[in-house]
Design a binder for this molecule. Sequence first.
Ligand code: SAM
Ligand code: DTB
Ligand code: SF4
Length: 345
Amino acid sequence: MTLTELQALYDLPFFALLKRAHAVHEAQFPDGKIQLCTLLSIKTGGCSEDCAYCAQSARYNTELESQVLLEREEVMRHARAAKDSGSTRFCMGAAWRGVRGGTERFEQVLAIVRDVASLNMEVCVTLGELGPAEAQQLREAGVTAYNHNLDTSPEHYPNIVTSHTYEDRLRTIRNVQEAGIAVCCGGILGISETITDRLRLLEVISNFNPAPESVPINSLMPMPGTPLAENPQVEPLDIVRMIACARLAVPTAKVRLSAGRTRLSDEAQTLCFYAGANSIFYGEKLLTTENPEAECDRALLAKLGLQTLDPDPTLAAPQADPARPFRPLWPEPSAHSNGATAACC
Ligand code: SAM
Ligand code: DTB
Ligand code: SF4
């Protein structure tokens, strides 16, 4: 989809946009089930990167307690509990710039992945930058999906992160795709971006080939000590619009209503589900911040008559469409861009 097409959708009257998005959602996901995913931070804080929203960056004084890589047994305790609670996907995050094959910590991660994969859940990891060999090893260990967000537009990204580039993120996504792992790639709202930045993100993601398997939409949880700590809350109806646009931009993907749900009413979340969100993080904690109580989520889903998805440990990565033409990721570098062009994902 192009930015012009996305802008036209975004500018529709609210109910017209919702109606369009809901129709696509119903056609793609006729059972209307919601996927429950559990997150666990397996290595917390002390990250070398300077992402302006993140409490885990070592550059900011966030008073977050750092935690070295968890032991396999502890991760397995959390993974079993997640499975027992009804989650079908276990997502493990590590606050690293990236991982390198042959290192002790990467071997430890591979061992953790093998353990969790034995539970017949979808296994998602987010470890930062990956090379082709590391991606392949993760796949062989049992990773089904890799989360690597682009977060915002290519133009706004350098205002938020300077320690790595948009192109670095795209390269990792490419390596993940080529290893046959499903890509989970989305963004974060509330980081001083414009509506155009939000839609540019969707433009880039909607041109991935293969399409991402899931698109998380996070809203900033302002973290004391970070440069964005005082940013205002995102307007809930703007989140609903973004979910609807994500549903229309990437019809086959699960759209995950991610960080920021504690600041949304049940009614706002209901609109998000109607607009096409079909996955949530489930359990009281995200990586370092709060998430709604599981009991509240169960109650909301029950009130709405929404069923939850069954596990699919055989999750297959979406295949590239050979008929689709090569499309550069940001076709016309805008006035704000650094002029770089990237290979097509
Ligand atoms: N270090 C890895 C990386 O950068 O890809 C993985 C972890 S990082 C915490 C994953 C995503 O969480 C970010 O890309 C961002 O979208 C989201 N995130 C991080 N901090 C957040 C915050 N304070 N509020 C909302 N979302 C946040
Ligand atoms: C994603 O897009 N959101 C999740 C997951 N992928 C790794 C992380 C949200 C983190 C929220 C802030 C925190 O808990 O530190
Ligand atoms: Fe590090 Fe990821 Fe946080 Fe950036 S978002 S500081 S890479 S943990």
